[in-house]
Design a binder for this molecule. Sequence first.
Ligand SMILES: [Cu+2]
Length: 476
Amino acid sequence: MVSFSRRDFLGKGIGCIGASLAVSNSWARATTSVFLNDPDIIIELTAKEVTRNIDPNTSAKFWSYVGKVIRGPKETLGPSNGSYLGPTIEVKTGDRVKIIFKNSLPEKSIIHWHGLDVDHKNDGHPSLAINPNGEYVYDFVVENRAGMYWYHPHPHGRTGFQVYQGLAGLFIVRDRVEESLNLPNKEQELRFVVQDRFFNDQGELEYRPSMMGAFGDKLLINGKLERKIKVKKGLYRIRLLNGCNARVFNLALSHGEEIKQIGSDGGLLEKTNKLTNFFFAPAERVDIVVDFSAYSEGEVITLEGLPLVEGRGKKYSVVEFEVTNEVGQSFSEPTGLAAYKRILPQEATNFSNPKVFELVPKRGLGWTINGHGYEPNAFEDNEIIKFGDTEVWEFYNPTGMPHPMHIHGTQFQVLKRLPGQLTGCLDSGWKDTILVMPGDRVQVLKRFNTYKGIFLYHCHNLEHEDMSMMRNFKII
Ligand SMILES: [Cu+2]
């Protein structure tokens, strides 16, 4: 449990004037990057090759972020538990964080803080990738509300490979609103990074990219093959990241139990959203509560993967929860969660004329957006946005493959999904990645009001992204 001190809202060791500049002041953000205070937290993250056991008998070589805390609470970095995943970073809204990234890989890399609203130079744009043995220093104030964000590499053309090698980690943000809700915590707050990987006969990780993406025949949870978890009788908060390169899941609970969604990419919803199943695309996060109180000792409740299309394929187990005879801490199911302001469609400057981004393959380029591949220095007219504007963007997918679209910068909201024949798309709350199913048109409302500069939007099927389904947009 994170405790909140005065510094959360006042900055560190400075008066109110300094704090108002450093924390949550859009004027300060837009006009200056000069901080008046020292970072609350300084950490070092080194990307390097490591050997990790994915079960007690199997070890393999991975690439991993290895971290250390230089300043701030040592709990800022969670334990690695022998996983290849990078340490879970845990901070509070308003913290100023300095991260020293060291590249000990044999190729260029850069880190993107997925879902965090930071300026261009802190966003891990591919143009900022550093050479082997290079160093890049990030320095930003965490402006996002409480939520489960994550970090991963973003060098153009190599993101899929580097993530598949193991480079990824969770970035948890806490705030006072979340704390006041008394949601299940400590042992009863579980976080799972779900990934698939292929290992060859020698037990080595094998990356097999194709037009469909790179998949695996083994599922891993938090970098381990063990997917059975013991739970006490009680209410649990379960937070999931789809950390796969390309796999889209359709998840449901066995026993036909209703899924109670409390949060999305950008943190808590206003109220619980009840689902029978949900589609879960690469880079999306979901926050659910599950009550194991009524089950008897030894009973197993499974988070199951269902076929994406009914009747095509078998269901499989993703995580199994085995109920013990122990009774957990008592938490009650939340009624109201965290209120937030809806973006009104009328706020959008192009409300009656959405910008349409068609997700299509093109001969010679691979996957594209509106027929354009990634161009580091070119912008279409619809990729130039006036600072302060709100816009409607429509992603249209005429292909047979799902495309999870991610937009850097501020979190957005879903306006509508057409024809939206599938139920269970995670469209509620604040989003940074939206699944565009075959045939769907998804309209999102986004504010471009925090930083000027160049940012990315792209498919988060990482092989699609590397094959150039990625573009820049510029806020001027
Ligand atoms: Cu795609």
